[in-house]
Design a protein around this ligand. Structure first.
Ligand code: ADP
Ligand code: ADP
Length: 230
C-alpha cells in the first residue's frame, strides 16, 4: 500500500540572482512499512524535501499525498492536526519544551491531541533510550545526546504512521547511535511504520530498503546496496 507520494514537487528559494532551485520536480512513491534513507552533500536539498514531505514548509509547486490526502490543500489548522496524528518528526534542533520534564516532553504530542498515552510503551521507549533515571529531569539538565534521545522518544510516542528524521544519530556516539537505531527498528517493525531518514551515517543507509540521493536538488534512486535489516 502506498502511504506517501510526491507529484512534481519542487521548491525554489528567492528570486533573480539569488534564486536557488533547492528541489527540482520530484516524483517518489513510498510504500507503507518502507525504510527510506536520503543522502547527499550539504546544501543539496535534503532538508527542504523532508520539510515538505511533512507539510512543514510549502512547495513552490507540486503535491505531497499522504494516505491519499493532498497535504497542501488542507487549511493550516487541518494540516497541523494531520501532521500531529500521522507524522513523527526527529530534527536536529530538538525543540524540547524547557519547562517540561523528559516524560512530559515525550508525551506532549499525545496530550496536545487529547490522546491517552500508552504508559507501557512510553516506559519501553524511555528504557530503550537509556533515560529511565532521567525521566523527571528538565532538558537543560541533560546532555546534547540525551536531549536528542528525548526528541526521538517524542516522535515515537504516538506511534505515528510515518517517521521523518533529519540525522537522528548526528550528535550521538557509536554506542548511542546503535541503541537509537535499534529502538527505531523495533518501533517500525512493531507498528508497521514508514521511516524516512536523512543521514550521513553509512550504517543507517545500509539498513534502508531504498536509498534516495539528492544532488543539486535532483533526486535519484540508488541501486539496492544489499543492505539488510537484522
Ligand atoms: P547537512 O544536514 O546537509 O549536513 P547542515 O548540518 O549545515 O547541513 O544543516 C542542516 C540543515 O539545517 C540544513 O538544511 C540547514 O538549512 C538547516 N539549518 C541550519 N541552520 C538553521 C537555522 N538556524 N534555522 C533553520 N534551519 C537551519
Ligand atoms: P541540505 O539539507 O541537503 O543541506 P537544504 O535543503 O537545507 O540542503 O538546502 C538546499 C538549498 O536551499 C541550499 O542551497 C540552501 O542554501 C537553500 N536554502 C535552504 N533553506 C533556505 C531558505 N530558507 N532560504 C533560502 N535558501 C534556502
Amino acid at each position: 500500500m502506498r502511504i506517501l507520494e510526491t507529484q512534481g514537487l519542487y521548491k525554489t528559494y528567492g528570486k533573480g540572482e539569488t534564486q536557488v532551485q533547492a528541489l527540482r520536480s520530484t516524483n517518489v512513491a513510498v510504500q507503507k512499512g518502507e525504510f527510506i534513507a536520503i543522502i547527499g552533500p550539504s546544501g543539496s536539498g535534503k532538508s527542504t524535501m523532508l520539510h515538505m514531505l511533512g507539510g512543514l514548509d510549502y512547495p513552490s509547486g507540486g503535491k505531497v499525498l499522504i494516505d491519499g490526502t493532498d497535504l497542501f490543500s488542507l487549511k493550516e489548522k487541518e494540516l497541523s492536526i494531520f501532521r500531529r496524528r500521522k507524522i513523527g518528526f526527529v530534527f536536529q534542533a530538538f525543540n524540547l519544551v524547557p519547562v517540561l520534564s523528559v516524560v512530559e516532553n515525550i508525551e506532549l504530542p499525545l496530550l496536545l491531541d487529547r490522546a491517552v498515552p500508552d504508559r507501557a510503551y512510553i516506559d519501553e521507549i524511555i528504557h530503550a533510550l537509556g533515560l529511565s533515571d532521567r525521566k523527571n529531569h528538565l532538558p537543560t539538565q541533560l546532555s546534547g545526546g540525551q536531549q536528542q534521545r528525548v526528541a526521538i522518544g517524542r516522535a515515537l510516542a504516538s506511534k505515528p504512521a510515518i517517521i521523518l528524521a533529519d540525522e537522528p544519530t548526528g550528535n550521538l556516539d557509536t554506542q548511542n547511535s546503535k541503541e537509537v537505531l535499534a529502538l527505531l527498528h523495533m518501533s517500525v517493525q512493531k507498528y508497521h511504520q514508514t521511516l524516512i531518514v536523512i543521514t550521513h551515517n553509512p550504517e543507517i543507509a545500509a539498513h534502508a530498503d531504498r536509498v534516495l540521493r539528492i544532488e543539486d536538488g535532483v533526486v535519484t534512486e540508488l541501486e539496492a546496496g544489499g543492505g539488510h535489516a537484522e
